[in-house]
Design a protein around this ligand. Structure first.
Ligand SMILES: Cc1cc2nc3c(=O)[nH]c(=O)nc-3n(C[C@H](O)[C@H](O)[C@H](O)COP(=O)(O)OP(=O)(O)OC[C@H]3O[C@@H](n4cnc5c(N)ncnc54)[C@H](O)[C@@H]3O)c2cc1C
Length: 383
């Protein structure tokens, strides 16, 4: 199966084709099954960020002054990394998501202080929006930032923060109260060592990644650390998510593509009823469904990425890509597990880890129901 065939599609330019092929070769060398330790995820993520930085891949996670973020490149990178290793994809994604606000709306001084280190893999980034009582309902945010001279004073909590505990800096969203609801939120860069900032709890999940609850207690952040204007935090968050939501879909696509590959080889190899699993018509139907889902997800992902790179608003397209690619990948991976029989649920099998990896993608950066709402409302408003 040629997993790079879609690079012929007209969505891509030659630089994208070269990028994806080169990364695929890099991954085959550095991310073979078993090469990344998924037990000590803190150490693995730090090492992966260093390796991705040394390989030059993280330059695509940030945008230089006056440059646009290349959404197609980010999606190809995430698809390729996810196909090889979920933690490698996570390490790349967090460098982008955590620094995205600075790339998109940071001041020259903020860009200079953070982006080169992110791109070299010398500083780990995190994006801190969710709270215990404000997940899907972002406007219910309680973490507050009070103005005090040249500083803002942060009090409150953030939870489910990826890279929490190992990040060097966090882009934190807090209520500054310029207006009610989502219009009274601002974004701040908080360095990990700042007094009043602590890791309240580390969180263990079914596909382990560094994840934590953060606590701010009279944490003084200089005004120069605000990203965007006061009250613009929601806009900062949504602009960042507009780029990275499509890339979550790309990661799901990478997982699904790997599951299809594993399902195909298992079907051909497994002897059964005097033939192979692949000879059974029900297997062929299953494989057909898997392939259709992979291709339709890929079309939605790269349609959204291409449209964004043309400068268009992609709220609906990104939501469609995320909804279909993550839900579809769950089905494709489940089918691959089924094709593997007992082996499919054995720890250490590739399809078993994919089964765990995919689940959270249907929840974070907007759960599937939130994507449905976005699409439905956009249809009703814009036709
Ligand atoms: C592994 C992982 C990593 C994460 N990383 C980060 C991170 O780096 N930074 C960060 O800020 N956050 C992060 N999150 C948090 C994530 O964004 C939230 O979990 C997500 O927004 C859902 O919020 P919640 O968990 O509070 O669920 P809730 O908001 O309580 O939602 C629960 C469920 O309600 C349903 N639902 C939601 N809205 C609607 C609706 N309008 N109509 C019908 N049903 C609905 C959905 O099925 C949803 O799953 C991460 C989460 C996970 C699991």
């Amino acid at each position: 199966m040629n997993h790079l065939k879609h690079l012929d599609w007209p969505f891509f330019e030659d630089r994208h084709r070269a990028l994806a092929s080169e990364l695929d070769a890099w991954c085959a060398k550095h991310l073979a099954h078993g090469a990344v330790d998924h037990e000590d995820v803190d150490a693995s993520c730090k090492a992966l960020v260093k390796a991705l930085g040394a390989g030059g891949w993280l330059t695509h996670a940030v945008a230089g002054e006056g440059e646009a973020i290349d959404t197609r490149a980010i999606c190809l990178l995430r698809e390729t990394l996810a196909r090889h290793d979920g933690l490698a994809d996570f390490a790349f994604a967090m460098q982008g998501l955590g620094s995205g606000a600075i790339s998109l709306m940071g001041t020259p001084a903020q860009r200079e202080a953070y982006l080169p280190r992110v791109a070299r893999g010398e500083a780990l980034a995190a994006f801190a929006l969710s709270e215990p009582e404000a997940g899907s309902d972002v406007a219910a945010m309680q973490c507050a930032a009070r103005e005090d001279g040249d500083h803002y004073v942060l009090d409150g909590q953030k939870t489910w923060i990826s890279n929490g505990g190992i990040a060097d800096f966090y882009v934190v969203f807090a209520r500054t109260g310029e207006a009610p609801g989502s219009r009274g939120i601002s974004a701040f860069i908080v360095d990990a060592g700042l007094p009043g900032f602590e890791i309240a709890e580390r969180i263990d999940v079914i596909a382990p990644h560094p994840l934590a609850t953060l606590r701010f207690t009279r944490c003084r952040v200089p005004k120069s650390a605000m990203v965007g204007a006061p009250g613009e935090g929601f806009k900062v968050a949504m602009r960042t998510l507009d780029v990275f939501r499509t890339s979550v879909a790309a990661a799901a696509l990478g997982f699904a593509r790997r599951a299809l590959e594993e399902g195909l080889s298992q079907s051909k190899e497994r002897a059964m009823f005097g033939a192979t699993l692949a000879d059974l018509p029900l297997t062929q139907a299953k494989l057909a469904d898997m392939a259709c889902t992979v291709d339709s997800s890929a079309l939605l992902v790269y349609r959204a990425a291409w449209e964004r790179d043309q400068g268009r608003t992609i709220t609906r397209e990104a939501a469609m890509a995320k909804l279909m690619a993550t839900e579809g990948a769950q089905r494709v991976i489940d089918a691959a597990v089924q094709l593997h029989g007992g082996r499919g649920v054995r720890r250490g099998e590739i399809v078993e880890s994919l089964y765990r990896e995919i689940r959270a993608l249907r929840i974070y950066e907007g759960a599937s129901e939130v994507q449905q709402l976005i699409i439905g409302r956009d249809l009703l408003k814009n036709g």
